[in-house]
Design a protein around this ligand. Structure first.
Ligand code: DGL
Length: 286
């Protein structure tokens, strides 16, 4: 079997990782992708706990390897990466693996006021991995860390509905407003938060709401593009990039799979990736 021609696996608790898939498609247009949304078990980050998230990550990694013969895996979920990336790395030593973490280092390098907001799930922001990351940047900036309970779930739910006529009246907007105001004052003056790290892949889909709340001068930082570049580097290092001239034999393709209901994934795929409903299917992964 020609490994380079196999798809790249991408996995999230739900539709949030589609924001990473957008960046992967742009960076690697000749690659095939299989995306797994574990929406039947989402959200991971509010109250599931590490043992559950770790077990799901393991089961999904095995499923993607055995059923789809993936050549690499992108864990497009900060919560699953925080809970399980080390275990996946040791149980799958030959699988090129990319995990996510909130982009604190780039934020510290870019912030002028030295005050940085970080939003993510409770699972990510209370993890040991995140504590170590924060500790490694001690003294370089002040991080205002805000878990956003319910926000990933609300984003997940909202994709199934038609676009609202009044975006200011939605549940996602109300949750964003509550958490942003709990963090303090945003802006570019001394003492204000001038950089906001989106530490959950779902939140990229409410970036417009967040931007309207923090103001246009505040920089929003997410991880899709750096993750896509890192994926390219890993594939290149292992000689696993799809050669551009092989596309005619095995056209680039994207399959989106969900352990939950099909319609929300189809709606998200159409809204954010302009993909037709027949790219999507349901699967069962015990
Ligand atoms: N999208 C995920 C993340 O990046 C998790 C959201 C959830 O399931 O709570 O953390």
């Amino acid at each position: 079997m020609n490994r380079a021609a196999q798809p790249i696996g991408v996995f999230d608790s739900g539709i949030g990782g589609l924001s990473v898939l957008q960046a992967l498609r742009a960076e690697l247009p000749h690659e095939r992708f299989v995306y797994l949304a574990d929406s039947g078990n989402a959200p991971y980050g509010d109250a599931r706990g590490d043992a559950f998230v770790s077990a799901r990550t393991h089961a999904i990694t095995c499923y993607l390897r055995e059923q789809h013969h993936i050549k690499a895996l992108v864990v497009a979920c900060n919560t699953a990466s925080a809970a399980a990336i080390h275990e996946v790395r040791s149980s799958q030593p030959v699988l090129p693996l990319v995990g996510l973490e909130p982009a604190l280092k780039p934020a510290a390098a870019l912030s002028k006021t030295g005050r940085i907001g970080v939003i993510g799930t409770r699972g990510t922001l209370t993890s040991e991995k995140f504590s170590r990351l924060l500790a490694s940047l001690a003294g370089q900036a002040e991080f205002i860390v805000q878990p956003c309970d319910g926000l990933a779930r609300a984003i997940e739910d909202s994709t199934a509905r038609p676009l609202p006529t009044d975006p200011f009246a939605t549940e996602t907007r109300a949750l964003c407003a509550r958490y942003i105001s709990a963090m303090g004052t945003f802006g570019t003056e001394t003492g204000q938060i001038d950089t906001l790290v989106l530490g959950c892949t779902h939140y990229v889909f409410v970036a417009d709401e967040l931007r309207s709340l923090v103001g246009p001068q505040v920089r929003l930082i997410e991880t899709g593009e750096p993750v896509a570049r890192q994926t390219r580097r890993l594939l290149h290092k292992d000689a696993l990039l799809t050669p551009e001239d092989s596309i005619a034999e095995a056209p680039a393709s994207i399959r989106l799979l969900t352990t939950g209901a099909l319609a929300p994934l189809q709606a998200a795929a159409e809204r954010w990736l302009q993909l037709p409903p027949d790219c999507c299917a349901t699967v069962s992964i015990p």
